[in-house]
Design a protein around this ligand. Structure first.
Ligand code: GMT
Length: 382
């Protein structure tokens, strides 16, 4: 069964937007019709792919609006697109506000005697930070209860959602995925010399530079590692902690050994340059950057938090340490950089994990089956 699906996400740099975009691309490649409905074109959406369209949500800002109502403009656009293109369903990523807009669009379509079920995919901070915030708790709970289908990106997030909100109905776990053809190892690290001209080992961090990512720890780790091994750190992404981190690099005296690259569209070209990925986060419901690195054969040194242990097996395809334990992280990085046999073994295991458990070819069919199930449920109950 081919579906016509409307996908909504935060289109810029969060992991949820990346997952939503890559899901849309994969679905279109498999013959489905995909309509992205959002305020900006998703960043990883390369143009010219058949069966993909983008519908921009414009939010008028009248002087009366202190807070322009994006959720309402989004609901209107969702309803409009659903009618115009006969969408079978909406799939929203990140609960707030997207699932509330989808709920409104579903009600608007009902006036036209048209069905429009919607699926909400929970990504993490929509539950652990936003949903847990007193002002958003009731509406997040309501949005989950009203969704026609709910998925979570890890077992951890499913359990946490049930702990936070109680019995909100079935939550299907569909884990994040990676395109193993696009994300490939490059053992020769052909382009690395531009960043590490003296043959330094390359450490890499990739995130939205928010406090939960603990990016200052990356710099502390670099400083400790450099006492033993010449290394250069590539920081990919942007966000509120970037400028303070650039200052901190100067304070630590490691500024020459760090390059802040900013947001990058084609991380699959950069990740294979690294010898190790640093993911020192306070919390990750999944840890997509670690998975992308593993697919490129780059072992992650990450934190034992949230859903990360569902992805990384400590000592096998990466290392897991406690958040904030910089000496432990640095020791793991040093072991990977000084023991070629260990790094080669872990690199192979990391790629193997990505290929055998998290490849698009395994995970996308789970979404397809879920779409069929949710649409079928609606048809049966009509
Ligand atoms: O923390 C972020 O990077 C942003 C956030 C988002 O929604 O964009 O990321 C969450 O979703 C990602 C994709 O599913 C997961 O890989 C991240 O682990 C998760 N972040 C947190 O749980 C803190």
């Amino acid at each position: 069964m081919y579906v016509r699906v409307g996908i909504t996400c935060y289109p810029t740099y969060g992991g949820s937007g990346i997952v939503a975009t890559e899901l849309g691309l994969e679905l279109a490649n498999r013959g489905h019709e995909v309509h992205f409905i959002s305020y900006a074109n998703p960043i990883r959406l390369d143009p010219g792919i058949p069966r993909i369209r983008y519908h921009e949500v414009e939010v008028s800002n009248y002087p009366l609006f202190q807070y322009p109502p994006y959720s309402l403009a989004l609901a209107s656009r969702m309803a409009e697109v659903a009618l115009q293109y006969s969408l079978d369903l909406l799939h929203v990523h990140y609960a707030i506000p997207h699932s509330i807009s989808a709920l409104l669009a579903r009600q608007m379509l009902a006036r036209h005697h048209r069905r429009l079920p919607f699926i909400t995919t929970l990504h993490g901070t929509d539950i652990t930070l936003v949903g847990n915030d007193r002002s958003y708790f009731p509406i997040t709970k309501f949005s989950i209860e009203e969704s026609d289908g709910v998925t979570a990106i890890s077992d951890y997030l499913r359990t946490t959602t049930l702990d936070v909100f109680g019995a909100v109905g079935e939550i299907r776990v569909i884990k994040n995925f990676v395109n193993c053809e696009m994300y490939q190892p490059d053992p020769e690290r052909r382009r690395a010399s531009g960043y590490a001209p003296k043959g330094e080992k390359v450490l890499m961090h990739l995130s939205n530079f928010r406090p939960v990512k603990r990016i200052f720890d990356c710099l502390r780790i670099l400083k400790e590692v450099r006492l033993v091994v010449p290394a250069h750190l590539l920081m990919i992404g942007d966000g509120p902690d970037r400028a303070p981190a650039e200052n901190f690099a100067r304070e630590l005296g490691v500024e020459e050994h760090v390059t802040f690259l900013g947001k990058q569209g084609h991380v699959e070209r950069l990740i294979p340059l690294a010898h190790v990925l640093l993911q020192p986060s306070e919390l990750e419901s999944f840890g997509l950057a670690a998975l992308e690195a593993m697919a490129c054969g780059v072992p992650p040194v990450a934190t034992r938090v949230g859903g990360v242990p569902e992805l990384v097996t400590d000592g096998v395809d990466g290392f897991l340490e406690a958040p904030g334990d910089v000496p432990a992280h640095a020791a793991r990085v040093i072991s990977l950089l000084t023991d070629d046999a260990l790094r080669a073994r872990m690199s192979g295991a990391a790629r193997h994990t990505a290929e055998t458990r998290f490849c698009t070819s395994l995970v996308i069919p789970e979404y397809e089956r879920y779409y069929e199930e949710v649409c079928g449920r609606w048809t049966a109950s009509a």
